[in-house]
Structures are given as structure tokens and as C-alpha cells.
Design a binder for this molecule. Structure first.
Ligand code: G3H
Ligand code: 13P
Ligand code: ZN
Length: 330
């Protein structure tokens, strides 16, 4: 039986993006695969009064079981409600690759889906995106499309080289597909190895972003591959038996600049993975007799919560806007 996001207390990204565009900040989209990540995201966003997009990839659905993952998100909604906190939460499919997957998420209570047709030809991307938009909009669910290819792994699809978004295509793509937001490629990539190690990090292509903003003024743009790969966690991982030599991410000042532009959604997954791994490695190395998962997953969850609060406050600027958006939802 189909379930609507409306019955689950979830929000779409419409009002989130309108305010983010007007007040020049970005909505955080954090991926989760397990209970500790979900708790950290929710607690960190309640604590910083931030709107949030909970992101589920098809890999996450396979890992945690799609039904369990959905009920975990619902449990989180109930937890927020009973705590008296008021922050808007969207449940979003990250990198959907088929119409069937997007439809299954719309029918099971997601309030937002991404159809990533960026690996297809331009015309096939339009056809697929339009098909998803027509179905999703009939249920009031919003859709994110993608133009341009990010290097790195996108949920089992690996692209060696990125292809920047072509500004001359965006107007036509948005008009013909009727998507609600557009992911673009301006030099970010997925994972922990975004740029060449030991060399200056090449700045993101803000010139391409500005050209896109001119052509589709006021339209919400999405930035994938936006982890900063924080050096203190990379050092911690390497010092406690790991090997992530050469890992490098997007500098936070560039993300701050992006958040002030038409970029309304910033996707962060790798940074959360790195924080948890660093804490778990440290605890297990320092306490070799420890075997209660709560004793290492708990501190890892706390460190992730702190990271989320800091990102919302200092990088995305979404902190302090949760209640404000909720008032426009009611
Ligand atoms: O963009 C990809 C996300 O980081 C999700 O990664 O497919 O390994 O769950 P995943
Ligand atoms: P990172 O690998 O930079 O965290 O990117 C995540 C992402 O784009 C999820 O869609
Ligand atoms: Zn992505």
C-alpha cells in the first residue's frame, strides 16, 4: 500500500530552498546508513535549529534494508515531535538511477527524490528526468536532476573524469523536465580523494556557477561531493592504524561561498564516515580490551553530532533557520 510523506510528518524541500535562496545559506543533506548516523544528524540539527535533508542512497537501502531504513526515518520524525523540537525534515533518495527506484521511494513516503541521468545522453537524461517528475509531482514529491558528471563513485557508478555542467544546457533542461532543483558539476567529486595530494587545491569553477545563475535566476542548485575531508580526522585515522594518505576535500571557505549563492543544498557523506571511523579506530587502539559496541559507537556518534552542529553553524549557515521554515509549513 502506498504511503504519502504528508502522513509521516515529512516536508518537501520547497520552503527550505526558498528561504535558503533568500537568506543566502544552504540546506545540509546528510547521508545515513545506520542508527548512530541518523541519531547524530537529527540531534545535531535539533541542537543547531537547522532544517535537514536525510539522504538515502540505493546502497544504503540495500545495506540496512529499505523497509527498516524507512521506519528508522519515521522513528526519527516521531522522536522530533515528542521532543517538542520544530525543524523541517525531508527524506530524499540520493542518486536514484531508474524510474522504478524513484517511484518506489515516492510510494513509500519519501518527500524528495533525485533522478541522476547525468551518465546518459542529454536527450535520454531529459526523457528519464521528465518521467520521474511527472510521477513524483502527481504525489507532490519534489525532484532533483543532474547535469554534468562528477568524478568518483556515485553509488556503484564510477566516473574517472568529471565533465563540467554546460551552462548553455541548463535553461532547456529545467524547462523541458520541470525539475525542482539541479545538481551541477563545478569541480567537486565524491569520496575522500577529490584532488591531487600535495598540490594546491584547484578552486571550484565559480565562473560556471555564475553563468548558470544568470541563465536560471532564482532556481535552486545542488552541490554534490561537498565533504571537506577534514585533516584532523584523516590524521587520526592514519595515526591509529588506518591508511588514507593523500585524502583531500573541498576547503570550507569555498563551501561557505557556494552556500551564499544559488546553491541551496550541499551534500555531505564522506565527512561523516571519516569522523566515525577516526573515533572508532582511536578507541579500539587505546582500549584493546573493549568489546561493547556502545563504547565505541557512542563516542563516534557524539563526534559526528558535533561535526554536524559546526557545519550547520560555520559552513552552510543553516543553523537558526529550522523553526522559521516550520512556521511557513504550517
Ligand atoms: O554520492 C554517493 C553517496 O556518498 C552515497 O554513497 O552509494 O556508498 O551509499 P553510497
Ligand atoms: P561526499 O563524498 O563529498 O561526501 O559527497 C556526498 C554526496 O554527494 C552524496 O550524494
Ligand atoms: Zn552525490
Amino acid at each position: 500500500m502506498a504511503v504519502s510523506f504528508k502522513d509521516l510528518g515529512l516536508n518537501t524541500t520547497k520552503n527550505m530552498f526558498s528561504l535558503a535562496m533568500k537568506d543566502k545559506f544552504a540546506i545540509p543533506a546528510y547521508n545515513f546508513n545506520n542508527m548512530e548516523q541518523l541519531q547524530a544528524i537529527i540531534n545535531g540539527c535539533i541542537e543547531s535549529d537547522s532544517p535537514v535533508i536525510l539522504q538515502v542512497s540505493s546502497g544504503a537501502r540495500k545495506y540496512a534494508n529499505e523497509i527498516l531504513l524507512r521506519y528508522m526515518a519515521l522513528g526519527a520524525m516521531q522522536m522530533i515531535k515528542e521532543s517538542g523540537a520544530k525543524i523541517p525534515v525531508a527524506l530524499h533518495l540520493d542518486h536514484g538511477d531508474t524510474f522504478e527506484l524513484c517511484k518506489s521511494c515516492v510510494d513509500s513516503g519519501f518527500s524528495s527524490v533525485m533522478i541522476d541521468g547525468s551518465h546518459h545522453s542529454y536527450e535520454e537524461n531529459i526523457r528519464l528526468t521528465k518521467q520521474v517528475v511527472e510521477y513524483a509531482h502527481s504525489k507532490d514529491v519534489v525532484v532533483e536532476g543532474e547535469l554534468g558528471v562528477l568524478a568518483g563513485i556515485e553509488d556503484e557508478v564510477e566516473a574517472e573524469k568529471s565533465t563540467y555542467t554546460r551552462p548553455e544546457e541548463v535553461e532547456d533542461f529545467v524547462a523541458r523536465t520541470n525539475v525542482d532543483s539541479l545538481a551541477i558539476s563545478i569541480g567537486t567529486s565524491h569520496g575522500a580523494y577529490k584532488f591531487k595530494p600535495g598540490q594546491p587545491v584547484p578552486p571550484l569553477r565559480f565562473d560556471i556557477l555564475e553563468e548558470i545563475e544568470k541563465r536560471i535566476a532564482g532556481f535552486p542548485i545542488v552541490l554534490h561531493g561537498a565533504s571537506s575531508v577534514l585533516p584532523n580526522y584523516i590524521n587520526m585515522i592514519n595515526n591509529y592504524g588506518g591508511n588514507l594518505e593523500g585524502a583531500v576535500g573541498v576547503p570550507e571557505d569555498q563551501l561557505r561561498r557556494a552556500a551564499k549563492s544559488a546553491v541551496c543544498k550541499i551534500n555531505i557523506d564522506s565527512d561523516g564516515r571519516l569522523v566515525m571511523t577516526a573515533m572508532i579506530r582511536k578507541i579500539l587502539a587505546e582500549k584493546p580490551k573493549e568489546f561493547d559496541p556502545r563504547k565505541y559507537l557512542g563516542p563516534a556518534r557524539e563526534a559526528l553530532t558535533e561535526m554536524i552542529i559546526r557545519k550547520n553553524k560555520e559552513v552552510l549557515g543553516s543553523a537558526g533557520h529550522g523553526k522559521e521554515i516550520m512556521e511557513t509549513e504550517e
